[in-house]
Ligand binder design. Structure first.
Ligand code: SF4
Length: 398
């Protein structure tokens, strides 16, 4: 695929779905499907608004010698189709008196959210269960909301899924077991990040509080692929049993968790927003917006600002960059965060000719692909071959 010099080796995932010249735009970003944070390029298909099908047509690795070299794994390369799937949340949902979830507009959703939270004991009764797919900007806003509402320290928990991926023992490219991009970012911002001996999230105390009916209103933020927040069956069970009176879910997919919620707020995947994450090495990286969120879904920083306003906590932000600026200020002096405010977020750029669009590696191969290799030089003529039994050539001086 990427190393094929003529583009003859292709992937079944991409082959015959689009012609190379139909994908004229590319966005340099990162993969957020695990804690490694491979640098990638997302390729966009040009299509009119009314045409069916996805815009995000393939993902290829982007050279970064410090993170992923030239490579990426098959999870990041192929498991992105959920982003533009029919399972995406496109409008806020509200559970009616009859028990069904009805789509509503944002104004009604936020008005009802304020009513429901007031009935559950007010904003101070809210507790937050947050996926480690939350970006630095989103975590910062959750922290601001928690402070404004007076949520106690143990009223917030961070979850993620861990999965061992089968890999050769000698491989240099190791895929992280943690299926979330920002566990380190959550820890650095002061969130309770509890790892058990296997690196999995330990949320036992928080879970017990929910299961024992001590949480009156739970706000779950889950912007990652299905299941990446970790086990949430205990939340669904608590809501169904009535132990949890109010469940609010801000997410991207119509998951089991979203189906159990009283209010569902549609957010954005990492391909649909500018956001920053801290990978397993502690490296702050930018994930750039390649496409827009579907339907009425909003970027998650916007959702938090609007939820804050609805509940009486004024967060006066008008862009994710402004939030990031405040995160950078809060993390001043913290090693590794010095470049946060200057992170570069890119917009789609044109592949300059059909060859670049046809074979993504052509786009950068000749500039950077071989830069970490020593220059190949032949001093004089090659030595005679050392293959046993071969004819030994005489050196001829010219
Ligand atoms: S190793 Fe992780 S970050 Fe890299 S492509 Fe795979 S899932 Fe994405």
């Amino acid at each position: 695929m990427d190393v094929c010099p003529v583009g003859a080796i292709t992937t079944r995932d991409y082959r015959f779905k689009s012609r190379p010249w139909d994908n004229p735009e590319a966005v340099d970003t990162i993969c957020t499907f695990c804690e490694k944070g491979c640098n990638t390029t997302e390729w966009l298909r040009a299509k009119p608004e009314w045409a069916k099908g996805a815009r995000l047509i393939r993902v290829t690795p982007r050279y970064n010698p410090d993170v992923n070299g030239y490579w990426m794994c098959d999870i990041g390369r192929f498991d992105y189709h959920w982003i533009e799937s029919d399972d995406r949340l496109q409008r806020p949902l509200l559970r009616t008196g009859a028990g069904a979830q009805e789509p509503v507009d944002w104004r009604e959703a936020l008005t009802k959210l304020a009513d429901y939270v007031t009935a559950a004991g007010g904003p101070g009764a809210l507790r937050f269960f947050v996926s480690a797919h939350a970006s630095l900007e989103e975590l910062f806003l959750i922290g601001r909301l928690g402070s404004a509402f007076g949520v106690p320290e143990d009223g917030v928990a961070v979850g993620w899924r861990t999965r061992e991926k089968p890999q050769p023992s000698q491989t240099k490219f190791r895929i992280s077991a943690v299926d979330a991009p920002n566990v380190n970012g959550a820890r650095d911002l002061g969130f309770p990040v509890n790892r058990d001996a296997n690196g999995a999230a330990n949320v036992t105390a928080f879970r017990q509080a929910v299961e024992q009916g001590r949480v009156k209103a739970l706000y779950v933020f889950d912007p990652g692929p299905n299941g990446s927040i970790g086990d949430v069956s205990w939340i669904v069970a608590a809501r169904h049993s009535g132990k949890l009176p109010l469940l609010i879910v801000q997410g991207v997919l119509f998951s089991h968790l979203a189906k159990a919620a009283d209010i569902v707020l549609p957010g954005a995947s990492s391909s649909e927003k500018d956001a920053s994450y801290v990978n397993e090495q502690g490296r702050v990286q930018a994930s750039s917006s390649a496409i827009v969120p579907p339907g009425d879904a909003q970027e998650d920083w916007q959702v938090f600002v609007n939820v804050g306003r609805a509940l009486g906590a004024a967060l006066e932000y008008t862009s994710s960059a402004a939030v990031r600026g405040d995160v950078a200020g809060a993390m001043k002096g913290h090693e590794g965060y010095a470049g946060l405010a200057m992170l570069a977020f890119v917009r789609p750029v044109s592949a300059r000719n059909w060859l670049q669009a046809s074979n993504p590696s052509e786009r950068w191969k000749w500039d950077v692909m071989f830069q970490d290799l020593p220059p190949v030089k032949f001093a004089g003529r090659p030595e005679p071959t050392s293959i046993p039994g071969a004819i030994v050539l005489q050196k001829v001086e010219r």
